[in-house]
Design a protein around this ligand. Structure first.
Ligand code: SF4
Length: 343
């Protein structure tokens, strides 16, 4: 929004001292100092991603725990009609595998055991070997025992990545793969470049490679032109796939995107009602998934102390938060834990 609407923010609200886009946050201290010295230079939104990553050298990074996020990719070329990202974050851009590995080794040396590779279109990672190659490279680092990545586009879910889920124990059995809608008519209007059927087929392939994988998704209800039948197709897809967890939203207009100007904008009350129905189904699936783990022994990476005395909080391979009574010395270790109850 800073990059797309910075000028407008300045125009509408003179109290704003500075607008900083995501490619310029490495310059924040300098920008604040400059703004303090002289008003007038209030907009800083246009920089190349490379410049930011060069400035945020891995050697300067301090890990704050046993898990860490690691940006590998930025930007998006997909232009879904509801989304502002391609206009604000620019085209797809990937860091080199060498710089990512250097940062991962630096995190490893500080005790990080799990990295989550980040990108707006992380599986469009275009460095040598693609995302699968990168994951294999990082899995070879001694102390990095768990790898996750987010967010993915179904279009970029290639065979090498699917195969990696099957044969790389470091790659956690959890995949966030947004579908947005179960209606082909709406998917087309969204410019998603996949159909409901191709998405379900993809999930089947991924499950054939890694049967226990937990699937997560994103959904938009009330996209312009969405009829009851389209929404029911979304419910149908959710039932068919079975999600471990999901994120669902009402469509909301993003200025400058094609969908904002589309006819057939859906009533707020209709959106509310559909979202409630979708959430009821997704919540039931999430509860069922969690309940299915009760009685099992899961490897849990303990991350930090819990709220109660003697309690630690960690994550299962499926990204579930696990609360257990355990000594502090287990923080940073992967320990078998029997699940007694789920909520
Ligand atoms: Fe790109 Fe994702 Fe936005 Fe689509 S929803 S334009 S894939 S960032």
């Amino acid at each position: 929004v800073a990059q797309a609407e910075g000028q407008e923010i300045m125009r509408r609200q003179p109290a704003v001292d500075l607008v900083v886009g995501p490619q310029a946050y490495h310059q924040l201290p300098e920008l604040i100092a400059r703004t303090h010295r002289a008003r007038g230079e209030r907009l800083s939104a246009d920089f190349e991603p490379q410049e930011k990553f060069d400035a945020l050298a891995p050697a300067g990074r301090h890990a704050t725990g046993v898990t860490a996020f690691l940006t590998v990719q930025e930007g998006c070329d997909k232009f879904c009609t509801f989304c502002v990202v391609p206009y604000t974050r620019g085209p797809e851009w990937s860091r080199s595998p060498e710089t990512i590995e250097a940062e991962a080794r630096h995190l490893d040396a500080q005790g990080v055991r799990e990295v989550t590779l980040l990108g707006q279109n992380v599986n469009a990672y275009a460095g040598e070997g693609g995302l699968a190659g990168l994951v294999r490279r990082l899995a070879a680092i001694e102390g990095i025992e768990r790898i996750r990545y987010t967010t993915s586009h179904p279009r970029d879910m290639d065979e090498t990545l699917i195969a990696a889920h099957g044969d790389l124990p470091e790659l956690m059995p959890y995949l966030h793969l947004p579908v947005q809608s179960g209606s082909d008519r709406i998917l087309k209007a969204m410019n998603r470049a996949h159909t409901a059927e191709s998405y379900v087929g993809l999930i089947e392939k991924i499950r054939a490679s890694r049967p226990d994988i937990a699937i997560s998704g994103d959904f938009i209800v009330g996209f312009p032109g969405e009829r009851e039948a389209d929404f029911e197709a979304t419910l149908g897809l959710v039932r068919e796939v079975g999600y471990a967890t999901a994120f669902s939203f009402k469509y909301s207009r993003r200025p400058g995107t094609p969908a904002a100007a589309m006819p057939g904008q859906v009533d707020e009350a209709v959106k509310d009602e559909r979202l409630a129905r979708l959430n009821a189904l997704l919540d039931a699936q999430a509860r069922r998934f969690n309940a299915s783990q009760v009685g099992k022994v899961l490897p849990v990476l303990f991350e930090r102390r819990g709220r109660h005395a003697g309690q630690l909080i960690g994550r299962s391979p499926y990204l579930q938060a696990i609360h257990a009574l355990a000594p502090d010395r287990l923080i940073g270790q992967i320990v078998p834990v029997r699940v007694e109850d789920a909520a």
